[in-house]
Structure formats: structure tokens, C-alpha cells
Design a protein around this ligand. Structure first.
Ligand code: TIU
Length: 222
């Protein structure tokens, strides 16, 4: 077993390259590009685009080290039967399933639902389609991670306080150690970005560790 360490807060996190996976949360056009779900909810998507370049760095390092890389996408079946009625009307009106410039919003198979070209999955990288905010809810993510003997998750993506935080909490309860590079996650709300990250690392890493893209790349090099 090769023991490496990530520089992180509230303290350094030891990990083994073989039992560490990268999880890219919902880097979809619907959240990161104009005309999608994020913008329909009244948000300025340019705020989350800052995560793209740092995510590219971490994704390249993970691929160079032959790590397990998993991508997630939030979205629903075309008939919306897997979308809770209460979720349909979030945002004050119905957006999910309606037609936008990138196709039907948050519907699987539509252009807006797909992952942005900058971070597009390559062969061998599982894609998890999830109906909720958490990547473990109603998906086979836990099964895939267990089958690969994964213990540590590097979690990137959008948005910090919604799908990233929900997934980190779900992972933490399942026994995974999560590290979040702060420049690789994005929020439409600067204050939520700050506090969502503080919540993760508070109380001695109650949910996980906070780091940055450079520290992840260095840590993976060993
Ligand atoms: N609205 C918002 O901030 N996020 C979401 O609805 N989903 C994700 O975070 N992926």
C-alpha cells in the first residue's frame, strides 16, 4: 500500500492512490451554461464557471494516475415519472421538462443535460444519472465504489451547497473520507460557497476535508 497525503484543512488527509476516486458532480450544461436549469432558477451561471479550469487540472491528474473517475448528472426520464411532484414546482414555477435553448430542462438525453465539453467523460469512466441532489440516492454509486475498494473521494463540481454538499454528507455517512478542492466547486451564491465549505471542515472535519486543485495534484504525485 502506497501512503500519500493531501494538504488540507482542518488537517492533512492520508490516502492510498488505489482506494481513491474522483467524483465530478453535475458539471452539466444545465447548471454551467446560459439557458439551462441554473439560469431558469434566476442564477448567474458565470459564477460557477470558475470551477471549470481547476476541475480540468484535477481530472487530468486523476486520469494520469489511472484513478477511478466517476461523473454524475442530475436529471429525469423524458416522462418525468422519476421526478417528485414537489421538485417539479421548485423555483416558484415549473422548469423541469419545459423546452429551453438546450432542449427540455434537466431531462436525460437532452443537450442541456449533458456534461460540458471541457470535462467530458472518456471511455471507462462511469456516469451516474441521479434523480436527486445526492449522488447516492437511487443510484448504484455506492456499489461501484465498493466494487473498486474505494475509501477516499475527491469531490468536485456544482453546486457547492446543493449537490456537492448533499453528496459529501451521504458519502460521509457511508464511511468514505471526502476531500473537496475549493476552487473545483462552484456556487451561484458567494456566501454559500464560503459557508458550505466551512461546514464541511468544521468540528475536526465533521463531513470532510477542504483543499484546492494544486494541493490535489501535488498530493497525487506523492
Ligand atoms: N440549484 C442548485 O444550486 N443546484 C442544483 O439544483 N443541482 C446541483 O447542485 N447539481
Amino acid at each position: 500500500m502506497t501512503q500519500h497525503t493531501f494538504r488540507a484543512e482542518p488537517f492533512a488527509l492520508p490516502f492510498d492512490l488505489k482506494t481513491t476516486a474522483l467524483v465530478m458532480i453535475d458539471m452539466q450544461r444545465d447548471f454551467v451554461e446560459p439557458g439551462g436549469f441554473g439560469e431558469a432558477l434566476g442564477n448567474d451561471v458565470s459564477l460557477v464557471r470558475t470551477a471549470i479550469e481547476p476541475c480540468k487540472k484535477v481530472l487530468k491528474a486523476a486520469r494520469d494516475h489511472k484513478m477511478l473517475v466517476i461523473h454524475t448528472r442530475e436529471g429525469h426520464r423524458a416522462d418525468l415519472t422519476d421526478c417528485p411532484p414537489a421538485k417539479l414546482t421548485r423555483g416558484g414555477q415549473t422548469f423541469i421538462g419545459t423546452k429551453g435553448p438546450m432542449g427540455r430542462i434537466l431531462v436525460r438525453g437532452e443537450d442541456g443535460h449533458d456534461i460540458i465539453p471541457e470535462l467530458y467523460p472518456i471511455a471507462g469512466e462511469p456516469i451516474i444519472d441521479k434523480p436527486g441532489k445526492g449522488a447516492f440516492y437511487q443510484t448504484d454509486l455506492h456499489l461501484i465504489l465498493q466494487n473498486h475498494g474505494i475509501k477516499t473521494l475527491i469531490v468536485c463540481g456544482v453546486t457547492t451547497e446543493v449537490c456537492v454538499n448533499t453528496t459529501v454528507r451521504e458519502a460521509n455517512d457511508r464511511g468514505y473520507e471526502c476531500i473537496i478542492p475549493q476552487d473545483c466547486v462552484g456556487s451561484y451564491f458567494p456566501e454559500f460557497q464560503k459557508y458550505a465549505l466551512e461546514m464541511i471542515k468544521a468540528q475536526g472535519a465533521i463531513f470532510g476535508w477542504v483543499s484546492d486543485a494544486n494541493a490535489i495534484v501535488e498530493g497525487l504525485k506523492g
